[in-house]
Design a binder for this molecule. Sequence first.
Ligand code: SAH
Length: 339
Amino acid sequence: MNIYGVTLEELSDYFEKHGEKKFKAVQIYDWLYKKRVKTFDEMSNIKKEVIQRLKQDFSLNIPAIVKKQSGKDVYKYLIKLKDGNHIEAVVMIHNYGNSLCVSSQVGCNMGCTFCESGRCKKKRNLDTYEMVSQILLIEEDLKIRISHVVLMGIGEPFDNYDNVMKFINIINNGKGIDIGARHITISTCGIVPKIREFALSKLQVNLAISLHAPNDELRNKLMKINKVYKLEDIIESVKFYIKKTNRRVTFEYIMLKDVNDTSKHALELANLLKGLNAYVNLIPYNETSHINFKKTSHDKVMQFYDILRKNKINVTVRKEFGSEVSAACGQLRTKEEEK
Ligand code: SAH
C-alpha cells in the first residue's frame, strides 16, 4: 500500500492495531507532509522497530515528472505513473493563490464532444496516492505552496468517487497538506447519484456542474452523459445538495459559437437556474485542432452575460489561461498514450 493514499484515521487505526499510540500517525503525517521527507529512515523521532514495520507495510514511491511546459502564469506537467501511463496536471498562478488542476483518471469515458481529454478512452482510475502526488511533485518543483485544488483535469471525478473522496480527506487534513475544503472544487459532468451521495458527505468542498446547454435536446448532442441523467434530474439533485449542505453550486457553461450562445439560450438558461441562487461560470471555448467547435466572440459572451445578469443570475466569465501550452481546459492530452 502506498502511504500517500492513507488517511490519518486509517494510519491511526493501523498503529492502534499494532499496539502503538494512535498519535504516531500524526507524527508520520508531519514527516510526510510538513517536513516532506522521502524515506522512513529520516523520521528520527520514530522507533527503529516501528520504522521497520512501516517499511514492510507501506511504499513511499510516487510518480515522476517527465515534462514541464510553461506559459504566462501557467505550468503544465506531464507525469508518468508506475505502470507507464501518463497524466497531466496544470498550475495556475492567481493573485489570490496557486491553483492546481488535478487529473482523476487515465483518459475519460464521458465522451463530451467538445472535450479533448475525452478522446482517450479511460484506461483506469487514479489511485488516491497518484492524486496526492500531483500536489507534492509540483510544490517541490516550483517551490510554491498550492492553495487551491480543482478536480478539473483529465477524468470524471465522480466516476472515481471513493478514491477522490479519500484524496480530499488527505489533502484537507490540518496535520498534513492542509488545503481548506472551501479551496477545493469538484467538477462533474452530472453523475446524479454521486451528486446526491456527495451532498450527504457534508463536505464543505465546492461543487461545479459542467452544464453547457440549457435544454436536453442540445445537451444530448454535446454530452453523452445526458442520455443517462437528464437536466431535470441534475437540477433535482442540485436542489437536494443545496438543501443538505446549504452551499451554492457553480454551473460551468462553455460558450460554443452558434451552438449554445444565443440570447434564446441565455434566457432558457436563466429560466432553468431560476431560484437556485447558483453561480454561472461562462467559459471561453479553447479551440483544438481535432474538434470543430468554434469560440464565441467576446462581445457575444458579454451579451449572454448581460442577459443572465438582467435575469438575476450570478455570473462570471472565466479568465483564460494556458492556451499557449495546450494546458487550457479540454486540451489536456495524454499524447504519450496516443503514440
Ligand atoms: N469531467 C469533469 C471534470 C473535467 S472539468 C467535468 O466534466 O466537469 C473540465 C472542464 O473543462 C469542464 O467544465 C469541461 O466541460 C471544460 N472543457 C472541456 N473542454 C473544454 C474546452 N475545449 N474549452 C474550455 N473548456 C473545456
